[in-house]
Design a protein around this ligand. Sequence first.
Ligand code: DON
Length: 426
Amino acid sequence: MRVNERRLLTWLVAVTLGAASCATLHGGSGSGSAEAGAVSYTPPADPPGDMVLAAATGGPGVQPTPRLAQPGDPYRDALADAYKSFKGLAEGKNADYIPILGKVDPSLYGLVIVTVHGAVYEIGSARDEFSIQSVSKPFSLARVIETAGPDAVNKRIGVNATGQKFNSILAIDLLKNIPSDEKHVIPAGNPLVNAGAISTVDLLPVARGMDKWSVILGNLEAFAGRKLAVNDEVYKSESETNTHNRAIVQLLKDYEVIQGDPMEALDLYTRQCSVSVSARDLAVMGATLANGGRNPLTGVQVVAPSTAAQVLAVVSTAGLYETTGEWLYKVGVPAKSGVGGGIVAIVPGKFAVGTFSPPLDPAGNSVRGQRAVEALIQKLGGNIFAAKPVGRSRETKAEGPPAPMGPPAPVAGKSPPQPAAVAGKN
Ligand code: DON
């Protein structure tokens, strides 16, 4: 048995044992996985509505007890404020290039925070399910880093931002003409654009006799800490209309990035994007990355801390596609969006936010979700680039900073100095 196969089997045994030791399965119609991932808590039955519900797990596998969060709790206050501030915001438009997404109620709006200690805060449509779409991509990337290794991802898919739209064909062809070294080109871009995400699924190694789909779904379940299912209507709608992605996979096959059957890779990717999740699930999945790869609700170590760090690096540079730089500049946390209206934002070592609101900006990112995360991070802190100065501060001079250096003023009776002659020849 090869090393990768052994790692994959070890992981599957671990998550299945996690499932065996835990409680009720929850939610979702459609086609679930044969091998359920770790499932160890049941979200409280009553949705939070306009109040913030809080629950603490009390330790891995212990059922959370929901209660109304009290004013003065910083997470509660920040969540209640962000929710209220953007509830009436009507900017953006549902994705409709996947026809069924255009029919989702645009007023649905939910926000959830999950901390690395397993506290859950939720408000609004926190439990309403929607298709995960591109928010699935970092989690499949994590599994591929674990099984194929970080170098394989770097060499075959790449980890640099493309600066182009998520489904750009132009980016693939541009990168094809920019070798990363003498022999090597990595035209898929990165694992978060469609080209790279489909290639990630193609690259995913599976142990002999194992079905790739159950590995993909079992992995998402281990991150979410509960059983998940494909929304069959979304899968059908997307499969019937994904002509652009079909062009991408044929090009990637021609460029030898996709090595298996391109239509099979596309089908697995489309199913992955059609998995139903809630904002609450996204927050738990994000909190697992924030917590060094360990799910704070189930206690299962889903991926290694080093894998979580590598995934977060890629999410930081490419999570919101062509607007990622602007996002990082303004908000300063890694975040990943999906055209279903979900966003997950991660503050390593602290907490993650899951949001759901279908109307999107032109880059394909939820408008309200971005605004709410920005407000939460400003209130709670978490900008990964922000640092408090340490050491003794020196007094700033009352008259302010020194004047900018200009050319010296000419001395009376003398001509101004000329630039020094350049020695030698060019
Ligand atoms: O392949 C697609 O176009 C969709 N399944 C996923 C795109 C997506 O979610 C882009 N993210 N904002």
